[in-house]
Design a protein around this ligand. Structure first.
Ligand code: SF4
Length: 204
């Protein structure tokens, strides 16, 4: 067992999944942290052939995060993790409401992280999706952390994206017992088609 793991009961972990649901997640699961896989090739996609338009714009995105190597150090001190999933109609995923869903994901992840810290997992870390620059600081020219040497303007809610750490989200979904099928625009016409966004809280 990692040395930082506090005395933990299944009840503690279940309460963290309840917190996720209360905050707006559709589902939440407890997984063994060693089931999480990170890959350099996935992290490299942020600045790959298709360069993310938010690359380099926020402290929570590459190249300002430690990537897979840093994640593995944190992972070595974590026995359990909480995963969260928000299901949404695919039509919403590809609409102007997408940002609201991504903001909710950050809210859920940060709330579970805070609850975990209160529970005794004081080194817990939350990971969401999408760029916090785009989601929370779109009205600012630049990231306060990177350009003004100030604390994050949204420190209580904005969390780094799983992408920048190379987290294999498909495997994360499978480890949680969920389908990893990803929606695409070609399925928009199917009225009942659902999509999802996911996040992770590494407990330590
Ligand atoms: S200040 Fe804005 S862009 Fe910078 S890390 Fe915080 S939320 Fe992200």
């Amino acid at each position: 067992m990692p040395e930082n793991t506090p005395a933990v009961t299944e009840e503690h972990l279940v309460h963290l999944t309840w917190e996720a649901i209360e905050r707006g997640a559709t589902s939440s699961a407890i997984i063994s942290s060693d089931k999480i896989e990170v890959k350099e090739a996935l992290a490299a996609l942020c600045n790959g052939e298709y360069r993310c338009p938010n690359y380099g714009l926020a402290a929570g995105c590459p190249p300002y995060v430690g990537g897979p190597a840093e994640f593995k150090k944190w992972q070595a001190n974590s026995q359990y993790s909480i995963t969260v999933k928000i299901e949404i109609p695919t039509s919403v995923m590809f609409s102007s409401d997408r940002n609201e869903v991504m903001q909710l994901l950050h809210q859920v992840v940060s709330a579970v992280e805070q609850k975990a810290i209160e529970t005794g997992f004081t080194q817990s870390k939350g990971f969401a999706g999408g760029s916090c620059k785009n989601l929370f600081c779109a009205d600012h020219i630049s990231c306060a952390v990177l350009k003004e040497d100030k604390p994050c303007r949204h420190i209580t809610v904005a969390r780094p994206s799983m992408s920048g750490f190379g987290i294999d989200v498909s495997l994360l979904m499978k480890a949680s017992g969920w389908s990893a099928e990803i929606a695409n625009k070609s399925t928009l016409s199917e009225s009942d088609n659902m999509s999802w966004v996911a996040g992770l809280i590494l407990l330590a």
